[in-house]
Design a protein around this ligand. Sequence first.
Ligand code: BGC
Length: 797
Amino acid sequence: MKKFSIVYKNWNPKEQNHREAICTLGNGYIATRGAAEESGNTEYNYPGTYLAGGFNRAKTEISGRTIENEDFVNFPNWLCLNFRPTDGEWLDLERFKVLEYRQTLNMKKGVLERNFRVEDAEGRKTHIHSCRLVSMHKKHMVGLQWIFRPENWSGKVEFLSALDGNVINDNVARYRDLESHHLVSHRTDLSQDQIIQLSVQTKQSKITMAQAASAVILHKGKPLPADIETHQDEGRISQVFSTEVKEGNEYAVEKTVAIYTSRDVAISEPMQEACKSVRRAGSFAEMLREHTLAFETLWHRADIKLVDDDKNQLLLRLHTFHILQTVSPNVIGVDVGVPARGLHGEAYRGHIFWDELFVFPFLNLRFPEITRSLLMYRYHRIDEARYAAKEEGKRGAMFPWQSGSNGRSESQVLHLNPESGRWIADNTYLQRHVNSAIAYNIWNYFLTTGDRKFLSFFGAEMFLSIAAFWASMVIYNAEEDRYEIHGIVGPDEYHTAYPGSEEPGLKNNAYTNVMTAWVMQKALEILEIIDTRRKEELLQLLEINDMEILLWKEISHKMYVPFIKEGIINQFEGYEKLDEFPWDEYREKYDDIHRLDRVLENENKDPNNYKASKQADVLMLFYLFSVDELHLIFKKLGHEVNEDVIVKNIEYYRKRTSHGSTLSRVVFSWILLKYNQLQSWQNFEKVLVSDFEDIQGGTTAEGIHLGAMAGSLDLVQRGFLGLEVGEETLWINPHKLDHIKEMSLKVNFRSHWVLVSISGRNLKIVFEEGHKDKLKIGVVNDICEFHKGIPREFSLA
Ligand code: BGC
């Protein structure tokens, strides 16, 4: 139980914003930060509530330009609950004496508890145990319960329950110069049966959100008589319950809220549905029971158990918990993608980048139906991607680096460097490699699930359109008889242009080029896998003729890969000429050089001038492909890549990476696993604490890093345990692990559940469930047959 809970044992206002992100509760549909219910938006409290897919666009004048951003809207605060003795002050932890405080994120049940004792200016002591949930079972329902005990006083008391629509987007200090008011058309109402109602609309995207709430005060399970007064102010509705309480008695205050929006399916009108759901909700205990059960089901599939390390176990669970809360089964069939910062804050504006590349391997092996739905987010935006390609004079579909509501490019054109206070041009939108990530995800979803229907219909259409896009991006270099790609940016965001150049973009980013060769190879393979009729349909629809297919073959053999020397792959053409970065000097000069780009810009210097990377770039290739796969891809291109080359490249780039993205250490931990277990483990442990310890100094408060969280889980399953999804079978080939003695997890391979456990050098595998009685699994080097329900053990000595 202990290892399922994050416990904060004191009240520390300065840490509150960070804790709010860590203690966010969500169900894939809606999420609310772990802010105090009795407080509003203050220096130390930020009660953000976000709707999956809840975007709004707004324009701002900045540096003489009008820029339009699509923001992740902070919706009305449903939490509001407070009390005061009728002649006293409203509870406020920033002003009251806090006698005891304990905040617990109970991840097993999916609830946030706050247990505290306070004393007001009159010496009145009160004990409150607060518990909240965002129902995983009924996605529209959220609720709060207070167990309230006046310790040394009796008398008249008021409880206040409200819905507050007077909120703006205020979570990220860097964005404060930008338009932050997204809600209009606030309407409040009260029903005859005392349900308070608030509806709002987003200004531009016109999403209506309706919230309806009812509250009750109970003593010994029975409603306590109370006078109720309702106040309808501009954008806010509140109810004050006046009643009498007695010293030492316990009272329960329960607030039940339903949230609906105009994006929902199977509804008549949001407010009608919200009121109906509140009326049908039942008690807090009933909601909690169903919610806990839903979480139990999720944990049953998703839990990764590490027996002998309490901290790492807890952090793996924290990561699992936040993934389940962001992309839970409630997203199935709903039009949402994978927001890089979860539903936990406003950084990156809820946008969808390439981070799903790090999230899907975990989902594929447990909740493939969720991956499928999230891949459909891309499919639904294929027309926008086609249009974007056409606008650039290209063919096929060009998905944008940052995507939001309708799939138009939502990448920033300017961003604020908080170090210098300057707004600078942002050219990271040129990361066209996101397209290959989408293709890679389609292929790996197919490999893990065998879902041919998806592949031949949606998957192939996207994959082939991406292949057509790359084929129109390449430039033929006749002298070298090679294909090149110019004017793009690789994963390393510190390099977006050549030194001194006004024009953004680089030539021949090795990662992008190799991925392009891979996309071509796989596109040709997919054409052979899908039915002939479907193939013909797609070739016609996408206007792919024989010449084009020939070109794809050519590209897969002749893509240019730049090398620096003796097997060192060049990050991009020209990288070799950049200056070495004086790492030691800067490490001495600054406490933190993760975000070297900001440090340098503040000194009027340009990261483009140096051999210094924000994150793994070339090395991504060793993360995405096994040595055998790499060998094949490179062999086709006429290069030899073996373990020796891999080690050399890791060594070369390891020294030149600042890990300014939390994704970077996931990649490093992975690629070092075979060659330097200690360093791999150190990187893994850094990934585990990325958000929990907020290693980037303030970024977690603006939203968790979903890619790194999921990446840590994938490191355990595919890295440490050596699970590999092959074309025919699942392989299990654990690494020799010095740091993990005992662990177990469950995976789903093509609809068969397999339990894998390791204890010392003993490997135990059980084929637990599936539609066949026997299953073949590759263990280390051999294919072994498993009978349903019968465990087999292997010695890894
Ligand atoms: C990283 C990107 C990532 C984005 C969103 C950036 O800092 O450089 O690789 O996709 O954050 O997580």
